[in-house]
Design a protein around this ligand. Structure first.
Ligand SMILES: NC(=O)c1ccc[n+]([C@@H]2O[C@H](COP(=O)([O-])OP(=O)(O)OC[C@H]3O[C@@H](n4cnc5c(N)ncnc54)[C@H](O)[C@@H]3O)[C@@H](O)[C@H]2O)c1
Length: 413
């Protein structure tokens, strides 16, 4: 159980809809430095159900009443996009810090007005770009900051899948919805170009900015066919790096996201790629796949360690649903058997057997019990890395991360 600090922020959550249920209620309740102090929704049934489940100190149906509560320190805005800026402005006026879901707004002018209000208030406003706290991207950021040197070019991609729901419906809890939920007057999905760019593009652009800094040029092309939208965006960064961003909704293949950044002192592929030294399903991807010859395959990140044999036993006990998690678990085990050192699989791979734990690190069985297969990794020439001085060094050991950043995915229309 997480040990709470003595000094904690009292958080109130505006909106009891899907994203509050998937992310914010638990995060605010679990974080060592916050209390889930209040929840608020106009929908009475949602407030009642979520209040009974998460037991906040206060329940509100009126946002103004929650903001008037002097004990409240900060709000999380978990409403439809169109309400973000007005709700954030109100919170700042009431002297509350803000964590606002992305996208921060739906019009540049509104967001500029908000930025000015934040400056005037002296309060903290953070946009809920959670990918910045993804362990894979944090490692990439550290590498970029400490070792990479000058940046030459970035290519990054974010591709939704035509069969995403076949995957996610099987592993995610169903959100509780309400007929009384407040929705914006204009249906956000009436204009899908705008909706996809706001809902998904905001993640891609934020990731690019996280690693390469301020964008100074943008030139986008859109190809729209058979219900699919593909943007190829040429960008330039203030630091002289050029970039190519690919946002495609949806591809007839698995959801995939990733990036490669070419730099002065290393061209390591940071995320993705068969045969890479390190393969990560950025964002704690649900899907564990690929990894030909990789030393380590990350499908999300985890903490607890189980052996391949134990995973098989869990599977035999029926903890993984046929046709959904089964193939992923099988892929993990095949990978370990083929000589992969280990697999870190997200909680969704692990199922109820390990519910409540952060995730799972699957390792090969003890040598005697293990089926011996040729070790592909051992047959490969060790990866070499160029130093700043131009010499080559042996590849440094993998830096493993052990925290979970569960993916949160937008909905297709
Ligand atoms: N970070 C991510 O990856 C990610 C993923 C999914 C959704 N989101 C974002 O989360 C936000 C919310 O998504 P959702 O699907 O939960 O939305 P939703 O519209 O289904 O739910 C929002 C809830 O807020 C309530 N609400 C709105 N305005 C209110 C007000 N003034 N007072 C009281 N209650 C109010 C509504 O009644 C509703 O129950 C969106 O901006 C979306 O882009 C982010």
């Amino acid at each position: 159980m997480i040990r709470k600090q003595d000094r904690r922020l009292k958080v109130g959550i505006l909106g009891c809809g899907p994203i509050a249920q998937f992310a914010h209620f638990e995060s605010a309740a679990k974080a060592r430095n916050t209390d889930l102090y209040a929840i608020c929704d106009v929908a009475e049934d949602l407030v009642q159900r979520m209040g009974d489940t998460y037991q906040p100190a206060k329940r509100y149906r009126a946002y103004d009443a929650m903001l008037a509560d002097p004990a409240l320190d900060a709000v999380i805005i978990a409403t439809s996009d169109a309400f973000h800026v007005p709700a954030a402005l109100k919170a700042l006026s009431a002297g509350k810090h803000v964590l606002c879901e992305k996208p921060i707004g739906i019009a540049v002018e509104d967001v500029e007005q908000l930025a000015a209000a934040v400056k005037r208030s002296g309060l903290v406003l953070q946009v809920g770009h959670m990918k910045r706290f993804d362990p894979g991207l944090e490692a990439a950021r550290d590498f970029v900051r400490d070792e990479m040197g000058q940046q030459l070019a970035l290519k990054a991609w974010y591709c939704d899948s035509t069969h995403r729901y076949t995957m996610t419906d099987a592993v995610q809890p169903l959100p509780i919805l309400s007929a009384g939920a407040r929705k914006p007057a204009e249906n956000p999905k009436a204009d899908l170009r705008r909706y996809f760019m706001l809902a998904h593009g905001s993640h891609l652009v934020d990731t690019a900015r996280f690693l390469c800094g301020e964008l100074i040029e943008v030139n986008a092309r859109l190809n729209e066919k058979f219900g699919a939208y593909s943007w190829f965006v040429d960008v330039a960064f203030a630091n002289g790096c050029m970039g190519h961003l690919d946002l495609t909704v949806a591809v007839r293949m698995d959801w995939h996201e990733g990036l490669t950044l070419y730099g002065e002192n290393g061209n390591d592929s940071l995320l993705g790629g068969n045969g890479a030294d390190r393969v990560e399903g950025g964002g704690g991807s649900d899907v564990v796949s690929g990894g030909n010859g990789a030393d380590t395959l990350y499908g999300g990140a985890g903490g607890d360690t189980v052996t391949a044999g134990e995973m098989r036993a869990y599977a035999a006990e029926g903890h993984f649903k046929a046709g959904s998690m089964g193939p992923k678990v099988e892929a993990c085990l095949r990978f370990v058997d083929a000589g992969g050192e280990s697999v870190i699989a997200s909680l969704t791979e692990v199922g109820p057997a390990l519910a409540g734990r952060a995730g799972t690190h699957i390792v090969p069985d003890a040598p005697a019990a293990r089926t011996q297969t040729p070790r592909r990794a051992a047959q490969r020439t060790p990866a070499r890395k160029k130093t700043a001085a131009g010499q080559t060094d042996e590849k440094p050991p993998d830096r493993r991360r052990t925290t979970v950043a569960r993916p949160r995915r937008e909905e297709n229309p």
